[in-house]
Design a protein around this ligand. Structure first.
Ligand code: PLP
Length: 373
């Protein structure tokens, strides 16, 4: 069998090579490399794509999280509710402001923040709730907003470019932080991120923060930072944005095959998609208590996989001081032990998908045979 890599980022470049090369050449020749016409155009195009009024392009997705919270004056002494099962950047973005991440366990079916558990996590210090649309699956925003009450909901949309919650595009509500890390559904050729929001004041505050707290050169109104998407990345992202819907559609087709052709595999838990959700399948994540064995068998069969994420955020040494010992967030810990991401991306061929499905079926049969023996 020809090996199937977990992800081939070069394929996206090969498809778009002439357009990307032209965009890069245009920026190089322009002599303008930061906060120029490409960033302004990308901000307008991505805001329109999301159905939001404002987009502020930033240096990374982590910065988009941190600066949107700082834009609301959230800092030491404040609490921000986050999912217990997420990429650690959600927690780190909160911690970077000096605020405390307060975890809520996931819904066992979708692995997204469980709205039924949210009210119990809200205290007088809660200044924001940050759901994550993990794996490109929209979180239950209606139920989350209801439980959050007056507390603003800032979405970590780093994995959900183009996803829909009912008829709404992710990013069209109050505020959402996006990442353009190369492997994301909309990925740059380096780091990048953005805040998308309908709050003009928040957008303006984050614009200040990203550029040394300055609107006019050498006039510094607040203690800002340096977090600017550069013109090269913006020009490349404009090319890729034009393909995002097509590429997300291809991801949906692949996910539909995985869901249909793996549904009868004993011992394998497939992602659950609520009727109101239209996910964009940033990742296709299966679960089994025999995760490590499945990973090894797939590796031997030449199928690349990864775990997102193998260590729960509260169990990372980085959060050893946060007071969440082993066993304190059992659903997140179990997810970390059981999740495995199958190859997924717009450039995966039908034959590669067939190979992955056959390899997963064979591996699970072998694991099941052993468990029974
Ligand atoms: C990628 C990601 C981030 C961080 O984005 P960067 O651009 O890598 O800083 C934050 N949250 C989630 C859920 C992510 O997947």
């Amino acid at each position: 069998m020809t090996p199937v890599p977990f992800l081939d980022l070069g394929a996206a470049y090969r498809e778009l090579q002439s357009e990307v090369d032209a965009a890069v050449a245009r920026v190089l020749a322009s002599g303008w490399y930061l906060l120029g016409p490409e960033v302004r155009a990308f901000e307008a195009e991505f805001a329109a794509y999301c159905g939001a009024e404002h987009c502020v392009a930033l240096g990374s997705g982590l910065d988009a999280i941190t600066l949107s919270l700082r834009g609301l004056d959230i800092g030491p002494g404040d609490e921000v509710v986050v999912p217990s099962h997420t990429f650690i950047a959600t927690w780190l973005g909160v911690a970077a402001t000096g605020a405390t991440p307060v975890p809520v366990e996931p819904d066992p079916g979708t692995l997204n923040l469980d709205p039924a558990r949210l009210a119990a996590a809200i205290t007088p210090r809660t200044r924001a709730v940050m759901p994550v649309h993990l794996y490109g699956q929209p979180a239950d925003l209606d139920a989350i907003a209801e439980a959050a009450g007056d507390v603003p909901v800032i979405e970590d949309a780093a994995q959900a470019h183009g996803a829909h919650h009912r008829a709404e595009r992710i990013g069209s509500r109050y505020a959402a932080a996006f990442s353009f890390y190369p492997g994301k559904n909309l990925g740059a050729l380096g780091d990048g991120g953005a805040l998308v929001t309908n709050d003009a004041e928040l957008a303006e505050r984050v614009r200040l923060l990203r550029n040394y707290g300055s609107r006019v050169k050498y006039q510094h109104e607040v203690k800002g930072t340096n977090s600017r998407l550069d013109e090269l990345q913006a020009a490349v992202l404009r090319v890729k944005l034009s393909r995002l819907d097509e590429w997300n559609a291809r991801r949906r087709t692949i996910a539909a095959r995985y869901l249909a052709e793996l549904s009868d595999v004993d011992g394998l838990v497939l992602p659950e998609v609520p009727a109101w959700a239209d996910p964009v399948w940033h990742l296709f994540v299966v679960r089994t208590p025999h995760r490590d064995r499945l990973r090894d068998l797939l590796d031997t069969a030449g199928v690349g996989t990864l775990s997102h994420y193998p260590v729960a955020a509260h169990r990372a040494p980085a959060f050893a001081d946060a007071g969440w010992p082993a066993g304190s967030l059992p659903l997140a810990e179990r997810a970390a032990a059981e999740v495995l991401s199958l190859p997924m991306g717009p450039h995966l061929t039908d034959d590669q998908v067939t190979t992955v499905i056959a390899a997963v079926r064979a591996a699970m049969a072998e694991i099941g045979g052993r468990a029974a023996a």
